[in-house]
Unconditional design. Structure first.
Length: 301
């Protein structure tokens, strides 16, 4: 029993807790949510498979890889995809107008309109590619730490990245917003056109993500900065490699009209909250783990 409890790593506990949260939220609001039965099945399945992986992974290399990398990636993608079905029914009042006003108050204008003078097809291509690196940043860090055998660093990175994702999802539930691409379309002079790759990438992302109220906070900013922090902490060579793409990614969030500038500021704050709160919990968990390990020989005697 003791070894089973020790196997409940912070990343595992986090996915279990967030799946339970979504399961309960959907059950309570089932009358408002279309396809609520399907969503309940999805969240219950994520919860079930996470618990099963905790108990059966053992030393099996494939199951360990599934638990460490494949299943967390799958959870993040599935949960994000389901948000489009629950955010608006649960919280039908979009915050775009408030975010637009806040942008104007902070910057003396509308940032996505203000940067239109900088739009150039080649620059658009570069920034759109940088924006798309978001989908590979966490995986790149995780694979790097795995291949280098940095087990402790990997566990910590997995926990913080999952925490950042799930906190951003809570933000979408509390502050639903479509973003400037849709809410400010009438104020923009035209499309942000690229030269070669921007349009195909934009079309693919639109097909992949659909229309969701996922502007605030900027998860792209939060996750990218969290990965950058973790790489600085555990893989400095990877940090140097990722620094410029992450900075370009953050610029692209506004340039490509995916986010309001206040979304980006909130994304930075999201990283701070993730690192601060996650660090406190992780240290607490490590200390409890040590205490249990120290007490185990005494129990055996």
């Amino acid at each position: 029993m003791f070894t089973r409890l020790l196997s409940l790593r912070p990343g595992d506990v986090l996915t279990i807790a967030f799946s339970l949260f979504l399961l309960g939220l959907t059950a309570v609001s089932h009358a408002k949510i279309p396809m609520s039965g399907n969503l309940l099945l999805i969240y219950a399945s994520l919860l079930f498979f996470q618990i099963v992986l905790v108990f059966i992974s053992g030393r099996n290399s494939f199951l360990l890889l599934t638990r460490d990398l494949l299943f967390p990636v799958l959870c993040v993608l599935i949960i994000f995809d389901t948000l489009g079905l629950i955010v608006h029914p649960i919280n039908p009042h979009d915050w775009d107008y408030r975010l637009i006003r806040l942008d104007y108050l902070l910057f003396g204008g509308y940032p996505t309109v203000m940067v239109e003078r900088l739009i150039h097809p080649v620059l658009t291509d570069i920034l759109q590619v940088a924006y798309s690196t978001y989908y590979f940043l966490p995986v790149a860090l995780g694979v790097t730490l795995k291949l280098r055998g940095q087990r402790e660093e990997f566990e910590y990175a997995l926990f913080l990245i999952l925490l950042c994702f799930y906190l951003s999802y809570v933000g979408y539930l509390l502050v639903p917003a479509l973003g400037p691409r849709y809410a400010m379309e009438h104020l923009h002079a035209g499309e942000v056109g690229g030269f070669l790759v921007a349009e195909p990438i934009q079309n693919f992302l639109n097909l992949l993500e659909g229309v969701k109220r996922d502007a605030f906070p900027s998860g792209h900013t939060g996750i990218a900065l969290t990965v950058l922090y973790l790489s600085y902490r555990s893989a400095r060579d990877l940090f140097r490699l990722l620094l410029v793409p992450v900075l370009l990614l953050i610029i692209a969030t506004v340039y490509c009209r995916y986010h309001y500038a206040v979304d980006v500021l909130a994304g930075g704050l999201l990283t701070v909250v993730t690192v601060a709160s996650g660090g406190v919990y992780y240290k607490f968990w490590k200390q409890k783990q040590r205490d249990q390990e120290d007490a185990l020989p005494c129990r055996r005697r």
